[in-house]
Structure formats: structure tokens, C-alpha cells
Design a protein around this ligand. Structure first.
Ligand code: KIV
Length: 267
């Protein structure tokens, strides 16, 4: 059994300036595969609202759904650190509400940590979670749960918004988060924030100056081929693989070449 990745492991990697690798997964099969090849952390992102459930935003995702998917990922993971996203509405109404939601993700699903979106406004919630033993990852820049407030999925932190983002990052660090996701922020701002902190930053669309990177698994593997943001690199083209394999299956069942003798039982 490989040694599990813990908060200490991640902090050590950060201190040695070794990039931290994170990918999203939502089910046991995916989690097992990415865990086997040595990913540091698996984020059960509320992006499951987009890539699994087919919603246009992450807003409809529920806490029950996050518990369900996180539990599947945890069951298949041997080494990686597993972070569960707190979905929209499961935190922020009150500190008590936030803590109870986060506790479900650790207690019922087995997550090692939770992630929530937002800045200084969430300091009391984060402090309380950290105080009772729940590791919290922050998320700044493009925070998709606020899509209606932000007016779309555009780059954040440009111009006057840069200093505010830095202040939010410092406030989250002070509250006790162990890492912060920086999504869709200018590369130079991501470097400035990373240099101002003593905890890792994990970038997505934030250049290569962060302490680590995260990508949505379905996007990175080219399954979600209608989604092509500038920052995305596709490391495979699984959408075509799925189409081609399924078309071959349809054709072979149609002409009865599948199942052949090698896939059939004898009496
Ligand atoms: O939900 C998610 O997948 C995320 C990542 C994009 C960071 O929050």
C-alpha cells in the first residue's frame, strides 16, 4: 500500500518547490486510474454539475450528490488526497450550516478536506471548520458558483480587482486554509499571490507560476470536446475513442460478428 498523501506531504512538496498535481474525478473507475499513476490529489469538484449531470452551471449540485460522488472516489483511492467541493448553498448562510455541511463530506463520504469558493467573507466559517479538524482549501478568481454575480466565466483579478484578490488570499491563509485554488486569473497576479503566501496555490487558467495545477479530468482527457477554453490542454482525445469504439460495436452487433466464438460459452 503506497503512503497516503497528507497535508504534510503537500506542504513539503510546496516547500521543496515541487509542483503539486490535482485532477477532478467523480467516480470510482476514474479515481482508481488517476490514483494508480501517482496524482497527488483528487478533487471531487462541483464541476460534476457540468460534466456528469449536464447542467449549464454548478449551482444545482446538492450536498447529497457531493457526498455520493465523493464516497465513490474515496472507495477507489489508495494514495491520493481527496478533496470534496462544498456545493452552492451548503455554506455561507451561517457558520453552523457551513460546518455541518463540511462535516458530512468528511464523516459520510470520507473526504480528507473540503473546498469552498470565496474570499474574506468566509473567514468565520473556515476558522470554525479548521478549529474542529476539517482541512479547508480556498478558491479565488473565477468562482463558478457566483456566475450570475460575475456575469459570466471570464478572467478575474484584472486591474483594480488584483489587490482585492491578494487581500482575500491573505485572509484565507490567516483563517487556516492549507491551499488556495486560483482559477482564471492573469499569470502575473497568480505569481504575486503565490509569492505572498506560505501555503500552496493550485492554478487553473492561472499560468505556470502557481505551486500546482488542477484540471477537470473530462476536459483534460478530451471527453468534453465542446469545451475549449484557452487555458485547457487536452492530453488525449477520448471523445473520438468513445465514438469510434461505439460505432464499431454497433456495426459488429448488427452483422453478428460480435459475440464471436471466443466470447461465447459452450455447453
Ligand atoms: O469544480 C471543480 O472542478 C473546480 C476546479 C475547476 C478547480 O472547482
Amino acid at each position: 500500500m503506497p503512503a497516503p498523501v497528507t497535508l504534510r506531504t503537500l506542504q513539503n512538496r510546496y516547500e521543496k518547490q515541487e509542483p503539486i498535481t490535482v485532477i477532478t474525478a467523480y467516480d470510482a473507475t476514474f479515481a482508481r486510474l488517476v490514483d494508480e499513476v501517482g496524482i497527488d490529489a483528487i478533487l471531487v469538484g462541483d464541476s460534476l454539475g457540468n460534466v456528469i449531470q449536464g447542467f449549464r452551471t454548478t449551482i444545482p449540485v446538492t450536498l447529497d450528490e457531493m457526498v455520493y460522488h465523493t464516497a465513490a472516489v474515496v472507495r477507489a483511492t489508495r494514495r491520493a488526497h481527496v478533496i470534496a467541493d462544498m456545493p452552492f448553498g451548503s455554506y455561507g448562510a451561517s457558520v453552523e450550516d457551513s460546518v455541518r455541511s463540511a462535516a458530512r463530506l468528511l464523516k459520510e463520504a470520507g473526504a480528507h478536506a473540503v473546498k469552498l469558493e470565496g474570499g474574506a467573507a468566509f473567514v468565520p466559517d473556515i476558522r470554525r471548520m479548521v478549529d474542529i479538524g476539517i482541512p479547508v482549501m480556498g478558491h479565488l478568481g473565477l468562482t463558478p458558483q457566483s456566475v450570475h454575480k460575475l456575469g459570466g466565466y471570464s478572467v478575474q483579478g484584472r486591474g483594480d480587482a488584483g489587490p482585492q484578490l491578494l487581500q482575500d488570499a491573505l485572509a484565507l491563509q490567516e483563517a487556516g486554509v492549507y491551499a488556495i485554488v486560483l482559477e482564471m486569473v492573469p499569470a502575473d497576479l497568480a505569481i504575486e499571490v503565490t509569492q505572498a503566501l506560505r501555503i500552496p496555490t493550485i492554478g487553473i487558467g492561472a499560468g505556470n507560476g502557481t505551486s500546482g495545477q488542477v484540471l477537470v479530468g473530462y476536459d483534460m482527457l478530451g471527453l468534453n470536446d465542446g469545451f475549449s477554453p484557452k487555458f485547457l490542454k487536452r492530453y488525449a482525445n477520448l471523445a473520438d475513442t468513445v465514438r469510434e469504439a461505439t460505432a464499431t460495436y454497433i456495426s459488429e452487433v448488427g452483422d453478428r460478428s460480435f459475440p464471436g466464438p471466443e466470447h461465447s460459452f459452450k455447453r
